[in-house]
Design a protein around this ligand. Sequence first.
Ligand code: ASP
Length: 304
Amino acid sequence: MFGIAIHGGAGTLPRAELDAGRERSYRAGLAAALEAGRAILAGGGSSLDAVERAVVLLEEDPLFNAGRGAVFTWEGRNELDAAIMEGAGRRAGAVCGVRHVRNPVVLARTVMEHSDYVMLSGEGAEEFALVQGIALVPNEHFRTEERWRQLERIRAGDPRVSPLTISHVGTVGAVALDSAGHLAAATSTGGMTGKRWGRIGDSPIIGAGTYADDRSCAVSATGHGESFIRAAVAHEIGARMRLAGQSLDDAVHGVVTVELGGMRAEGGVIAIDRGGRVVTAFTSEGMFRGSVVAGGDPQIAIYR
Ligand code: ASP
């Protein structure tokens, strides 16, 4: 048995901005990432390799708010966060506030595998990247004109755009179970449009936006990071399974629909358990998502 689920952010673009052509592009990006992860799992590869590969492809796709195409800070820079975790030994790696790392999820994995630390930030993370032979790119690598226009609208105080809704379209993540029975999760993001003062969201925080534990499940989240940190979303889902004996469905819906819904927090999660059951839940209008399990057909969806 194996399975993988991915997401490309919660919330939806206004229908007017998500015409048929763009919707096809989003679906194609999700399908390509899902297939890359599935192929690794089908070949007997690890869940860790599968989630990393799927997230790298989404970081490379300028439609998503991760890697190229990330949202801008108030000052007009791109600052990226990512995390990865494997469920067998609960090893984890994360980076936050990096400006010159093309694939932050790859650096997060390098932190996990080649340092004594779990999380590195900013310039230190980039020094570590160089020590590990990971080349840096200019910050302009991440720029897209669409994200720049979104920043300009936020800076101008356009009441029709909220920093939350436009950024949520695009944080990326993946969770997987491999045929050896091991779980893994990864998440990567540019955060929230117009963020200031080195703000870091939930995505790179182990237990908030990303968590994997072979005793329960693997989770990757997207949404209003501050709420997801306060609710320790990803860890809470696994803890409910482990300590309260809840099913994945009950744990996910309890945390997302009840807890986050009660906080009026916008966002959602993808999760997979040891049996390969995939559960997705979101409080927003939609969530860019896809999943496939051994022997099944790939599913891609945006709206409810
Ligand atoms: N959760 C991310 C953050 O707060 C943003 C998102 O998922 O849209 O940084």
